[in-house]
Design a binder for this molecule. Structure first.
Ligand code: FES
Length: 273
C-alpha cells in the first residue's frame, strides 16, 4: 500500500514504479520540472514509513539531497523505485506540491466584430398544402437559402427532429447553423436562448476558460485551473521529451488536458445555471 500525505490518497504499491509515476497515476501532484529525469531536484518527498521498500538513493539524489536530508527520509520522487509492494507512506512537503493557485482571468476587453462559428436563424415556413407537397427538409433548406443566400447541409440529429419541431412550432423554426455550412440543431418556434460558446486558453502552466454569449460576445462566466500536464514536465521541452518516451504518453497528456477542459466547462455552466 502506498499512501500520500497530507491528502491521504492511497493506491497499490506496484513494484518497479517510481513514487512520481504512482503519484501521477493517482492524480497526486508533485512538482517535476524536468519531467522525471532527475535533473531538477524539485520532486522532493519525505518517506515517513517503508523506506526499506524503496531502491537505494540514486546519483542524482546524492547530488540534490544532503546526508541529513537523506537520513530524515527525503527522496526524489522520480528516482525512488518501489522494490516491494508493502506499506510506504510518502509525505509531500508544501514546496513540492502543486496547489491550485489564484489565476488571473480578467484582462482588457476589446470590442471586435463577432463572427462565431455557430449562429441561429428563425424562419417561418409555409405550411404544406395539397398543391405544395415539398418535403419538410427541402422546405426548411429552401427557406434558409432564400434568407441567407446559401444552402447548408443538415446533420443527422437535426434531420431526425425536423418533422416534430416544425409541427410543434406551428411552422416557425429556429435553426442553429455551424460555420454557415450545416444545420446542427433545430428548435420549435422562436428560441430566446442565445447560442453559447467557450474560449479556452491552454497555457503551459494554466488553463483559462470563458463561457460566452455568441449573440453579443458577453463573457457570462469564467474558470481556471493549473494545467494538469505539469506533473509530466513543467516546460514544453520536458513534455516533448516525455512524449518521445512512448506513444501512450502523448495520449495521456492529451487526455488530462481534455479532462480538465471538460471540468472547467461543467464549472462555468454551473455558475450560470
Ligand atoms: S528531479 Fe526533476 S522530477 Fe525528479
Amino acid at each position: 500500500m502506498l499512501i500520500f500525505q497530507p491528502e491521504g490518497k492511497r493506491t497499490q504499491a506496484v513494484e518497479g514504479k517510481t513514487i512520481l509515476d504512482a503519484a501521477k497515476d493517482l492524480g497526486v501532484q508533485i512538482q517535476s520540472i524536468c519531467g522525471g529525469r532527475g535533473t531538477c531536484g524539485k520532486c522532493r518527498v519525505i518517506i515517513r514509513d517503508g523506506r526499506e521498500n524503496l531502491s537505494k538513493p540514486s546519483e542524482s539524489e546524492l547530488r540534490f539531497l544532503s546526508e541529513e536530508e537523506l537520513d530524515e527520509g527525503f527522496r526524489l520522487a522520480c528516482q525512488a523505485i518501489i522494490l516491494r509492494g508493502r506499506k510506504i507512506v510518502v509525505e509531500i512537503p508544501p514546496e513540492s506540491g502543486l496547489n491550485r493557485q489564484r489565476l488571473l482571468l480578467k484582462g482588457v476587453e476589446r470590442s471586435i466584430a463577432l463572427k462565431p462559428a455557430v449562429r441561429r436563424i428563425t424562419i417561418r415556413l409555409k405550411e404544406p398544402t395539397l398543391t405544395d407537397q415539398e418535403s419538410d427538409v427541402d422546405r426548411l433548406l429552401d427557406a434558409i437559402e432564400s434568407k441567407v443566400g446559401f444552402r447548408p447541409t443538415i446533420s443527422y440529429e437535426a434531420l431526425r427532429n425536423i418533422p416534430r419541431v416544425l409541427r410543434e412550432g406551428e411552422w416557425v423554426i429556429t435553426a442553429i447553423l455551424w460555420m454557415d455550412r450545416e444545420v446542427i440543431a433545430v428548435y420549435p418556434g422562436v428560441r430566446d436562448k442565445p447560442p453559447y460558446g467557450v474560449a479556452v486558453d491552454i497555457g503551459t502552466t494554466k488553463l483559462a476558460l470563458y463561457l460566452l454569449d455568441l449573440d453579443d460576445g458577453r463573457v457570462l462566466a469564467s474558470a481556471s485551473t493549473m494545467n494538469p500536464q505539469i506533473p509530466y514536465g513543467e516546460d514544453v521541452i520536458s513534455r516533448i521529451l516525455y512524449i518521445m518516451e512512448g506513444e501512450e504518453n502523448l495520449e495521456r497528456l492529451h487526455n488530462v488536458v481534455v479532462g480538465a477542459v471538460n471540468e472547467l466547462i461543467d464549472e462555468v455552466c454551473g455558475k450560470v445555471g
